[in-house]
Design a protein. Structure first.
Length: 136
């Protein structure tokens, strides 16, 4: 099976040696994603809901580049720095994936790479429907 590495174009990928997402066959894995724009500016400082929405927008773009959609998501992992933010984070998760209802994990961690990050999310997807022009 062919491997497709998807880049967000940020300098951190080459520094840390990772890809925003990787597709092998029908499987797509999206790396831990935070609420930073392409310049490294944190979006939604002190706002876990805004950060989560921004993260899911980035994840949706990575999925699309891999030939997947949110409907293909089977698993999410959410790392949060304050478990008391779970309702705001879960609200955004539900807005993005509420009809899909993937297996989901939400855990509190002591900190993320930058103190302003309140949430980091990973996603796994399995493409089950053929996409026009997709030979995979």
């Amino acid at each position: 099976m062919e491997r497709q590495n998807i880049s967000s174009g940020t300098p951190w990928e080459s520094i840390a040696g990772y890809s925003r997402a990787v597709r092998v066959g029908q499987f797509v894995h999206v790396a831990g994603t935070t609420a930073a724009d392409e310049n490294g500016t944190v979006i939604g400082v002190n706002d876990p809901y805004a950060q989560t929405v921004h993260i899911f927008n980035k994840i949706e773009a990575a999925l699309a580049e891999a030939g997947a959609t949110p409907a293909d998501v089977v698993r999410t992992r959410m790392y949060v720095t304050n478990i008391d933010d779970w309702e705001q984070i879960s609200k955004a998760h539900s807005e993005f994936l509420g009809t899909v209802r993937p297996a989901a994990t939400l855990v509190e961690v002591s900190k993320l790479i930058t103190p302003e990050f309140l949430v980091e999310i990973e996603v796994d997807a399995i493409i089950t429907k053929a996409i026009a022009g997709d030979a995979s």
